[in-house]
Design a protein around this ligand. Sequence first.
Ligand SMILES: Nc1nc2c(c(=O)[nH]1)N[C@@H](CN(C=O)c1ccc(C(=O)N[C@@H](CCC(=O)O)C(=O)O)cc1)CN2
Length: 302
Amino acid sequence: MTQPFGRVIDGKAVAAELRRDVARDVAELVASGCQPGLAVILMGIDPASQVYVRNKAKQTREVGMASFEHRLPATARQTELLSLVQQLNNDPAVHGILVQLPLPGHIDERIVLRAIDPAKDVDGFHPLNAGLLAGGGGGLVPCTPLGSMILLRSVRPGLRGAHAVVLGRSNIVGKPIAQLLLAADCTVTVAHSKTERLPDICRQADFLIAAIGRPEMIQGDWIKAGAIVIDVGINRVPTVDGKTRLVGDVAFEDARQRAFAITPVPGGVGPMTIACLLRNTLQAARSQSGGSILSSAGKSLP
Ligand SMILES: Nc1nc2c(c(=O)[nH]1)N[C@@H](CN(C=O)c1ccc(C(=O)N[C@@H](CCC(=O)O)C(=O)O)cc1)CN2
């Protein structure tokens, strides 16, 4: 029997389904007297961040949650940002807090992320949540890694024993994805820009997770035949007509010839990020209102 190749994983469709599940569970929570609320802080006027924050607010309202948007000028002091975070930590209508990244250069990102109440840290970036994830789960999980795992499982529900190669070691994507794959009983290799013989290591991957932030760096012949490729990269590159287009970290068309399944950019992992943010906000609201954090839309680990 010949193996079918080149299935394109539809992140938009999976994200839409997750948002429907979240909306259903939000309606139940609202009926029991608690409306989940998500506060997003945007500092500065980065055009991409403005689009992401607008989309977050829109999708938050669409699933029936309360959306609170806070904007600070790029020149605001760190103390101003920290006192806003503190105010939101103490606000009972706010169950989730997100500070949009990147932050302006004069702000110490680590101090700001550590100031968020871990129970409201729907980005999952606080060291307490990172520690819980490293220990096997129980906290809030970063959205892009969570979304990547949901897409992987949409193609291959059982991951046990497979060799996963994660390309990238950032605290917000590479490391948490590696932890999630370990928790799913994969054998995990974390590679990065300094790794030697990178193509050879990628060729060993049953699952290749690309999160290195370099446009189309991963060539088709780096892909093992039949692998599943999850491309987390979102890179804007110039086109010949002076415009720009989005590409991933993987040379999509060539990789598709060899992969069993692959996520596109755009339309792959990206849409899952906001859907998972809503899922995390639901989970945070449930645990703050004293209920169980487990449900069909809010399982502990993907
Ligand atoms: N506090 C955070 N900041 C940032 C995060 C994050 O998870 N938390 N992630 C990114 C930006 N981001 C959400 O904030 C995000 C990125 C991409 C998408 C998305 O849907 N992308 C589309 C393409 C969109 C486009 O045309 O530009 C896709 O890939 O199909 C959603 C959210 C950095 N900051």
